[in-house]
Design a protein around this ligand. Structure first.
Ligand SMILES: [Zn+2]
Length: 405
């Protein structure tokens, strides 16, 4: 019997390639992300699960000074955001209190004059009778937690509207901050990503509808909220670069070193990360099954904890990113070159698969590339291509360990 289960080197659990091929070849809801985006129902990627439409609504009330009307007309929205903020802060541990991150951020955003931050700070200080910037020396994590939970007890509309105004403004601030630092790189990267997809698609006979969708998605793709409360707590942000969340056509670039300021990376590094996230955004995404976590993204299915196909999906994404940003490396089999990119072992394996396709040995690269965009002619063919990819990846990994012993 053929091997059905593989654990890629970037996977937390084995991938069942038969199930993966089955789900990918039955996906059908390809326009979902575009429709969500256009209707404003795309989440802005913050701790409260706020959508763009909700953010715009709060900002419209807030900017017009209509706080009372906001409280009266949108009680469900205020309750949702406060409740979700409350829930997202709950993951408490001694070292990394998210409550501390929230307080630190309110203080920081007050000095940056982020609208809504001052009102939230005053609200907190009226509870504690301690200036916010002194709070971190006065209170331990447990006290911060108890006080914040009290404030977010969501029983007063006036307090909930302060929280909502702050939440909406901080999301917009994070988005603008990324545009400020990296906005000039975004449009050129979109053009380059599109060009890479087109160039390869012309050699793999990708369905034209899929290619049309790539363009529709890339023009919409944008930065998200850059929310530290979703990401790691302040102390452990180092090392992460970008994040695309399935289905939202929004991504974040988080280059903070110590959480004080966005750390501006050199241009090449930023372009590489923008391209990587854009490739994810242009890949096929569809819903399947009944759960909210059940989405496909490129060659992977499911989300954290239950994700499958992560290695092969990141392999295609990182390899396409390399072709987009440094096409002269295309034929290299030197792993050191790939180490400049994320998922080096996987992208080298994908590069080798492409090389064999170009040399006429087999079709597997074309099968995976087309499937990445949702064009799947045969489930069996896809499963075979996945099997060949995973075997190749483990060979590359073995070589890597042998040469590094
Ligand atoms: Zn990725």
């Amino acid at each position: 019997m053929e091997k059905n289960s593989f654990q890629g080197c970037y996977e937390d659990q084995p991938t069942n390639i038969s199930e993966l091929a089955d789900v990918l070849s039955s996906q059908a809801d390809f326009d979902y992300t575009i429709e969500q985006f256009d209707s404003g129902n795309t989440k802005v990627l913050d701790a409260t699960d706020m959508t763009l439409r909700e953010r715009n609504l709060i900002l419209a009330y807030s900017n017009a000074g209509l706080t009372k009307q906001l409280q009266r007309n949108e009680p469900e929205l205020l309750r949702k955001l406060t409740y979700n903020l409350h829930e997202s802060l709950k993951s408490y541990d001694e070292k990394h209190s998210k409550y501390r991150s929230l307080w630190w951020e309110i203080d920081k955003f007050t000095s940056c004059e982020v609208p809504g931050a001052l009102k939230f700070r005053d609200l907190v200080e009226s509870y504690t009778k301690v200036p916010m910037h002194e709070a971190k020396t006065v209170f331990d994590n447990l006290s911060l937690t108890i006080i914040t939970r009290d404030i977010l007890a969501f029983d007063k509309w006036s307090e909930m509207s302060i929280v909502a105004e702050y939440i909406a403004n901080r999301s917009l601030y994070g988005e603008r901050l990324q545009h400020h630092h990296y906005g000039s790189l975004l449009n050129p990267s979109k053009m380059d990503v599109l060009q890479t997809s087109h160039e390869i698609a012309s050699t793999t006979d990708l369905d034209l509808d899929m290619l049309k969708r790539v363009k529709q998605k890339i023009v919409r793709s944008n930065f998200g909220s850059l929310d530290r409360l979703v990401r790691s707590p302040i102390a452990s942000i180092t090392g992460t670069a970008g994040k695309y969340v399935h289905g939202y056509l929004r991504f974040d670039l988080h280059f903070d070193d110590n959480g004080n300021e966005i750390l501006v990376q050199d241009k090449d590094y930023a372009v590489m990360n923008i391209s990587h996230e854009l490739h994810h955004a242009t890949s096929a995404q569809s819903r399947y099954g009944a759960g909210i976590q059940e989405t496909t993204c490129g060659l992977s299915i499911g989300a954290k904890g239950g994700a499958q196909g992560v290695s092969v999906n990141e392999a295609m994404t990182s390899y396409l990113t390399m072709l987009t940003t440094n096409p002269e490396n295309e034929k290299s089999t030197d792993l050191d070159i790939y180490k400049k990119y994320s998922y080096p072992v996987a992208s080298l394996a994908m590069s080798m698969l492409h090389e064999r396709y170009l040399a006429g040995h087999h079709q597997y690269f074309a099968t995976l590339f087309n499937a990445y965009y949702g064009d799947i002619k045969s489930k069996d063919e896809l499963q075979e291509a996945l099997s060949v990819y995973y075997s190749l990846e483990s060979e590359v990994l073995k070589d890597f360990f042998e040469t590094n012993q």
